[in-house]
Design a protein around this ligand. Sequence first.
Ligand SMILES: [Cu+2]
Length: 165
Amino acid sequence: MHKKLKKLAIGTAAVAGLLLGTHFAWADETITVELWDSGAETEMPTDMGLAMAHGNDMSNATMGIRVSTDTVAAGQITFDVTNVSTDTIHEMVLAHIDDVTKPLPFNAEENEVDEEAVEGPGEVSELDPGESGSLTVNLDAGTYILYCNLPGHYAAGMWTLLTVK
Ligand SMILES: [Cu+2]
């Protein structure tokens, strides 16, 4: 009886170990994302979207997207997104891009990316200051852009690139 119980315990532990092992082997990558800004009173640049006039000098950005890594392996990827602003709503839209030298389709009147015209696997939309959200997607190899599409934010520099290998 005693021996049998011990055997059972070992068996259970082995199964648990196997399950854990499987879990870790297939663990998805997690990217921590912070949506930041310099405060609602800050004057925003208007030409800092990807491949816009000042798209490559991000030192002038007054809001942006900080990522824990800008390169991940293809597969299941989770974005843990936090809006670290104290006064402004932000979001994170994910889109695949073919060519980083080409601007995204932009609606100048609305001062935002034309989301309908951009191929995108998902988003964490409109987070209040201090709020968090997450997005889990399967990504193929390629180049992706994370951007905020609240009016004026993308053009103020609120985007970053992600390479999936
Ligand atoms: Cu924003």
